[in-house]
Design a protein around this ligand. Structure first.
Ligand code: MG
Length: 159
């Protein structure tokens, strides 16, 4: 078994859709980035790449590459899933935590788990998404941005 850790941050700005875990969440602002800036997908992708020692998302999907402009980060996750499987690893489970002062994402969490699972070719029971505020502290607390942490466990296929 191998474990990986991922972390990501994006700035919140007006006039962008807020996409989290592949789901568009109703909110007055969205995350700024080259792709859809889905901070949960990015943390999960980095956790998986880390578990397989395959570098990081920035190396595989550079923001200088127009192919990834405004792309759904679920597509990046699909590619990460393929990379991990190509090294004969199997995903055991994913656990992600969103740091956001608002909005509450509870109603959308089951759909996020379904979409993340589908992108990775695993079952929704293998995916956990949680959220917490930072009690008004720091850039997340003041609503300047959102952050996400994720861990991923993989093992060698066939074991
Ligand atoms: Mg990112």
């Amino acid at each position: 078994m191998r474990i990986g850790f991922g972390y990501d941050v994006h700035r919140l700005v007006p006039d962008r859709p807020l996409v989290l875990g592949g789901v568009t969440v109703p909110f007055s602002k969205g995350l700024l980035g080259h792709s859809d800036a889905d901070v949960i997908c990015h943390a999960v992708g980095d956790a998986l790449l880390g578990a397989a020692a395959l570098g990081d998302l920035g190396a595989h999907f550079p923001d200088s590459d127009p192919r990834w402009k405004d792309i759904s980060s679920l597509k990046l996750l699909e590619e990460v899933g393929r990379l991990v499987r190509s090294r004969d690893f199997r995903i055991v489970n994913i656990d992600a935590t969103l740091l956001a002062e608002e909005p509450k994402i509870g109603p959308q969490v089951p759909e996020m788990c379904r979409r993340l699972a589908e992108a990775l070719g695993i079952s929704p029971e293998q995916v956990s998404v949680k959220a917490t505020t930072t009690e008004g502290l720091g850039p997340v607390g003041t609503g300047e941005g959102m952050a996400a942490y994720a861990v991923a466990l993989i093992d060698e296929a066939g074991q």
